[in-house]
Write a protein that binds this ligand. Structure first.
Ligand code: 5GP
Ligand code: MG
Length: 179
């Protein structure tokens, strides 16, 4: 599979993604049955995960979306991210942040800190993918769909230069030496 100048190979098939989402949804259905959680999806990457997770929620719940704006820094990990688009009142709400992927953990940490200042009752994170080897800041991820090695992936909401978000499966960058 090609996107622009890069080759990708199938990594996580749709069936496995959906099974992981059903498991995570089951855990949230159990843990939050009496708490009317407010899901906060992080655009753009988490839109597909958010949609499929919601289809598996069997308890009262709500959803809203935010976006993070990265300011150009010297390094990806040094970027300052500002949270934009939070229109929902989250005071006294049980918030579950929905992320497509946690890599260094900086994004999730920043969003959590900024949401915290709006006084929610609680904040937990649900991420579809997690790269434990890349984690650079202490982060508590309450719900993790699939742990993956420290490799670049696309598909199922995740992009390469804006492309590939539409793919139903997740692909990994092909080792250029084996092309
Ligand atoms: P972190 O702040 O945890 O390092 O980075 C998280 C963000 O970086 C994700 O929300 C995602 O936008 C991007 N990211 C990290 N790893 C990947 C990856 O393997 N593929 C894609 N497409 N985006 C990634
Ligand atoms: Mg993201």
């Amino acid at each position: 599979m090609r996107l622009q100048d890069k080759s990708f190979e199938l990594f996580i098939p749709e069936k496995k993604i959906q099974a992981a989402i059903r498991r995570v949804a089951g855990e949230i259905n159990r843990d939050y049955h009496d708490r009317n959680p407010l899901f906060v999806g992080v655009l753009n990457g988490a839109f597909m995960f958010a949609a499929d997770l919601m289809k598996n929620m069997a308890i009262p719940c709500e959803i809203t979306f935010v976006r993070v704006q990265s300011y150009a820094g010297t390094q990806r990990s040094g970027q300052v991210k500002t949270l934009i688009g939070l229109e929902h009142d989250i005071r006294q709400r049980h918030v579950i942040l929905l992320e497509d992927i946690v890599d260094s953990g900086f994004t999730v940490q920043h969003i959590q800190q900024q949401l915290q200042s709006a006084n929610p009752a609680s904040i937990e994170v649900a991420t579809l993918l997690f790269k434990p080897e890349a984690l650079a800041v202490p982060t508590t991820l309450r719900y993790v769909g699939i742990r993956i090695p420290n490799q670049f992936v696309v598909g199922y909401g995740l992009d390469y230069n804006g492309q590939g978000r539409n793919l139903r499966d997740i692909y990994q960058l092909k080792d250029t030496s084996s092309r």
